[in-house]
Design a protein around this ligand. Structure first.
Ligand SMILES: Nc1ncnc2c1ncn2[C@@H]1O[C@H](COP(=O)(O)OP(=O)(O)OP(=O)(O)O)[C@@H](O)[C@H]1O
Length: 287
């Protein structure tokens, strides 16, 4: 389908909103978020206008062309960076610094784990910093390592593990902390395809077991459709929401069956088409 040329409108100031929810269902609210970076060559408007909600317990994937501001958005939500305009609120409270009940998993597991600490100590560290009592820390570390299938490497050092195992340690560290919201920034980009498929299934099983709200950034269209209940697509920079689609696939998903479901193919085509349009600079009406 050819995009409507009227949709290509670079000059307007506000874009269409993503899906929003009634107060009692929304855990995270993003309203009119704008981010402009100061730079020597002049300000960079990385994000123009984003509005959406994440429901409690929802698993949402975020996709968009390279440079569309996915990492910037995650940093604003994580309270690691201030917004230039707009508001991000968790449980009704505006985020002004890293919230206690949020955890982040980045792509670079190699850099996020401390090489001089054993696996168990790496997973335990945020709990120690939060002042969790020792006995409870042990329980949470054991449970988290078991949830990611790594109870046997408790005493190993991260550098003794494969890349996929190190990323599972990073996931265990995040879930041991029992966050309400888990932000993941392309966490599987650096692992091989088979490990990636295993990690996708791990995330879905952890999500179902813990009921945590997840925002998962990925470049991989198939991954976004396979994992998410919803896919938010960002436009090219300066960024607005290009599309926000519900993934109406069955809740029980398996790599073989789900990926050969005709509905999976339809959804994947839709996301792919939208990304191609975003890359070509087509923007939603009003953006
Ligand atoms: N510290 C910074 N100073 C100036 N501009 C920045 C800074 N960080 C990011 N940008 C710019 O903001 C825009 C969004 O960057 P960001 O890294 O958030 O995008 P992304 O969607 O995560 O990219 P990718 O998919 O390639 O990882 C880009 O144009 C980038 O060059």
């Amino acid at each position: 389908m050819q995009p409507d040329p009227e949709d290509a409108s670079p000059a307007a100031t506000s874009g269409p909103a993503g899906a929003t929810l009634p107060d009692e269902e929304a855990l995270l609210r993003v309203r009119g978020l704008q981010k402009i970076y100061p730079a020597d060559a002049g300000p960079v408007e990385a994000i123009r206008d984003l509005t959406f909600d994440l429901g409690r317990g929802e698993l949402t994937c975020l996709v968009g062309p390279s440079g569309s501001g996915k990492t910037t958005l995650l940093k604003c939500i994580a309270g690691l960076m201030s917004t230039s305009d707009g508001d991000v609120a968790l449980g009704g409270k505006t985020i002004t610094g890293p919230p206690k009940n949020m955890a982040v998993v980045f792509q670079e597991y190699g850099r996020s784990l401390f090489p001089w600490l054993r696996v168990g100590a790496n997973v335990e560290l945020p709990l120690k910093n939060a002042g969790t009592p020792r006995a409870r820390r042990k329980e949470l570390v054991d449970e988290a390592l078991e949830a990611v299938g790594l109870e046997h490497v408790h005493k190993s050092y991260p550098w003794q593990l494969s890349g996929g195992m190190q990323q599972r340690v990073a996931i265990a560290r995040a879930i041991a902390y029992q966050p309400e919201v888990l932000l993941m920034d392309e966490p599987f980009a650096a692992v091989d395809a088979q490990t990636r498929a295993d990690l996708e299934d791990l995330i879905r099983s952890v999500w179902k077991k813990l009921g945590v709200t997840i925002l998962f950034v990925t470049h991989d269209i198939d991954e976004s459709v396979y994992l998410g209940q919803r896919v938010i697509m960002l436009s090219s920079s300066p960024t607005v929401i290009q599309d926000d689609i519900a993934i109406d696939l069955p809740a029980e998903r398996t790599q073989l069956e789900t990926r050969s479901d005709p509905r999976f193919t339809e959804l994947r085509h839709h996301v792919y088409e939208q990304i191609q349009q975003a890359k070509q600079g087509f923007r939603p009406r009003g953006a």
